[in-house]
Ligand binder design. Structure first.
Ligand code: PEP
Length: 260
């Protein structure tokens, strides 16, 4: 079945409010020719840049996501942001469980699950990240690691809610390193993730779920990666920080999807 291409740019801790506005103004020009039905284009700036980016994106096909969400509605959680705060700003998507959150900020499958439920409760579209470390891949533990992340992260999530979730498979060894999983390796892993979803939710639901690839995806490899049967787009770091590179990547990903 045909799933829509979804490309999300994770700006990480880059771009002030004015820099973010300028990038979106540029993206509005460079992505003008991309048909809205061919791909969903999302940018995920830092919290402080959300307002200027949402304002700049108005009237375009560029959608906006945050990079994290706390599970509580409010309260004594210094430095955290609640779902209703994002929703009120006009945020549509939220990245959850990025490997940098897991590595540097103690994110676990349990907290991923709590944040995911908060996103769904606030009608935000979650992009849930999973992926193995290099030593886990090298020791043959990739599927075991992904099983644990999916099992814990998606705990108590119904089939109806699952259909609102995007998964991003990001091998940690490929993030920001310039090392991309080959299209074959990425596809093999995406296939495994879809088989997990089919076991848990049935094939019909599994076939609807968008599974992005992330890890040094760029214009040069986007066509081959998204040309794979189970790869439906990308979560992009470095290549999302410039309008030209992000646009070329989106165009090539759409070309890849057309070759399926
Ligand atoms: C990411 O941060 O999610 C990512 C995939 O980064 P990069 O594209 O830079 O590897």
């Amino acid at each position: 079945m045909a799933r829509k291409v979804v490309i999300a740019g994770n700006w990480k801790m880059n771009k002030t409010a004015s820099e973010g506005k300028a990038l979106v103004e540029a993206l509005k020009e460079t992505t003008k020719g991309i048909c809205p039905n061919c791909a969903d284009i999302i940018v995920c700036p830092p919290f402080t840049t959300l307002v200027s980016v949402i304002e700049a994106a108005k009237g375009s096909n560029i959608k906006v996501g945050a990079q994290n969400i706390h599970w509580a509605d409010n309260g004594a959680f210094t430095g955290e942001i609640a779902g209703n705060m994002l929703k009120e700003l006009g945020v549509e998507y939220v990245i959850i469980g990025h490997s940098e959150r897991r590595q540097y900020f103690g994110e676990t499958d349990e907290t991923v699950n709590l944040r995911l439920k908060a996103a769904l409760k606030n009608d935000l579209k979650p992009i849930v990240c999973i992926g193995e470390l290099l030593e886990e891949r090298e020791s043959g533990a990739t599927e075991k690691v992904l099983f644990t992340q999916l099992d814990g992260g998606l705990k108590d999530i119904s089939a109806a809610d699952m259909e609102k979730i995007i998964l991003a498979y990001e091998p940690v060894w490929a993030i920001g390193t310039g090392k991309t999983a080959t299209p074959d390796i990425a596809e093999e892993t995406h296939k495994y993730i879809r088989s997990f979803l089919a076991d848990k939710y049935g094939k019909e639901v599994a076939d609807k779920i968008v599974i992005q690839y992330g890890g040094s995806m760029k214009a040069e490899n986007a066509e081959a990666l998204v040309g794979q049967a189970d790869i439906d787009g990308g979560l992009i770091g470095g290549a999302a920080l410039k309008a030209d590179s992000f646009t070329a990547l989106i165009e090539n990903a759409i070309a890849g999807a057309k070759n399926k």
